[in-house]
Design a protein around this ligand. Structure first.
Ligand code: F6P
Length: 342
């Protein structure tokens, strides 16, 4: 059997480790043949394939980004898009099935293509940890480690100047990165989309930390909404899936905190640094295991399913489990962290 592998959507540390896991197990245990698909669904639509043998994946588990490239292309758009055209393109290259490694947008496309007759196995990916189908997604742990290290650094400069530091992390509409990195770094306030707060509530925490002689650290998730805000802050337009590009809420909050408390306040948007570089050991192991199990899923012809982490086991679930409702931070997890605020 010949299988195409693609990575789609925002990149994420661990993508290469998944590719390596699939190719190693697929070639050595099952005699499968692989091709790499360039730039996610774009490569499927345009028939852009590259060789993918054991040679191409050597040493990849520690390498960030994706050797296959990625895009946010929608496979149903364009002259050569749609399931019928894609089936012809795959047939022309003797490709029997696809492994799609991606987040919600990618898996939604995979689900639709699968229902339209294309053979697809999925692997969930997102630094945001917002997919319901899997307990953790690879990339999340790396992002949390990067954000934590950045906050440790913000704290030493904040301490030196007795400033309030506001650190903004990614996460779209869920606050997992903020919650974990904020807790790890000892933040005095963690602001997440699941728990809107007022400026008065935020500044009370900042003031209380300051009154105890601490330089306040506020961690804010890009999707956080102040009480009364209908949508998360966005001034960067829409992405290819028509979702608002988030980012910049810390730059709104910092001057307000300074105005209300009189404490000098600086904001830092960590941005794409959280997605770059080498995956953590945890993510290398998780991504590799998902890759190994994806190879098993191909051989079992588990088309329309994706591999996922449940507890410490890798299981198979239908694509639909990853779609719709997001994996949000439960209230009890936020309340635990809130006991440390102020
Ligand atoms: O979904 C992953 C993510 O990094 C989000 O946390 C962030 O909002 C978004 O992607 C950024 O996307 P882009 O790389 O297209 O700017």
């Amino acid at each position: 059997m010949k299988i195409g592998i693609l990575t789609s959507g925002g990149d994420c540390p661990g993508l290469n480790a998944v590719i390596r896991g699939i190719v190693l197990k697929g070639t050595t245990s099952y005699d499968l043949e692989f091709v790499g698909i360039r730039d996610g669904w774009r490569g499927v639509v345009e028939g852009d394939f590259v060789p993918l043998t054991r040679h191409e994946v050597k040493g990849l588990s520690k390498v960030g980004g994706t050797i296959l490239g990625t895009s946010r292309t929608n496979p149903y758009e364009g002259d050569r898009g749609g399931a019928e055209n894609i089936a012809k393109t795959l047939f022309g290259h003797r490709i029997d099935g696809i492994v799609a490694i991606g987040g919600e947008g990618t898996l939604a496309a995979a689900d639709r293509l699968s229902k339209d007759g294309i053979k697809v196995v999925g692997v969930p990916k997102t630094i945001d940890n917002d997919l319901r189908a899997t307990d953790y997604s690879f990339g999340f742990d790396t992002a949390v480690n990067i954000a934590t290290e950045a906050m440790d650094r913000l704290r030493t400069t904040g301490d030196s100047h007795q400033r309030c530091m506001v650190a903004e992390v990614m996460g779209r509409h869920v606050g997992w990165i903020a919650l974990h990195a904020g807790m790890a770094a000892g933040a005095h306030a963690i602001l997440i989309p699941e728990n809107p707060m007022s400026l008065d509530e935020i500044t009370a925490l900042v003031q209380s930390a300051h009154d105890r002689g601490r330089a306040p650290l506020v961690v804010v998730s890009e999707g956080f909404k102040l009480k009364g805000m209908e949508e998360a802050f966005s001034d960067k337009g829409l992405d290819a899936f028509n979702r608002p590009r988030l980012g910049g809420i810390s730059e709104i909050l910092a001057p307000e905190i300074e105005r209300i408390t009189g404490i000098e306040t600086r904001s830092t948007v960590l941005g794409h640094i959280q997605r770059g570089g080498s995956p953590s050991a945890f993510d290398r192991v998780l991504a590799t295991r998902l890759g190994l199990h994806a190879a098993d899923a191909i051989v079992d012809e588990a088309w329309g399913e994706m591999v996922a982490l449940r507890g410490t086991d890798i299981v198979r679930v239908p694509f639909s489990d990853a779609l719709g409702e997001l994996n949000t931070v439960p209230q009890y997890r936020y309340d635990e962290a809130a006991a440390l605020f102020g």
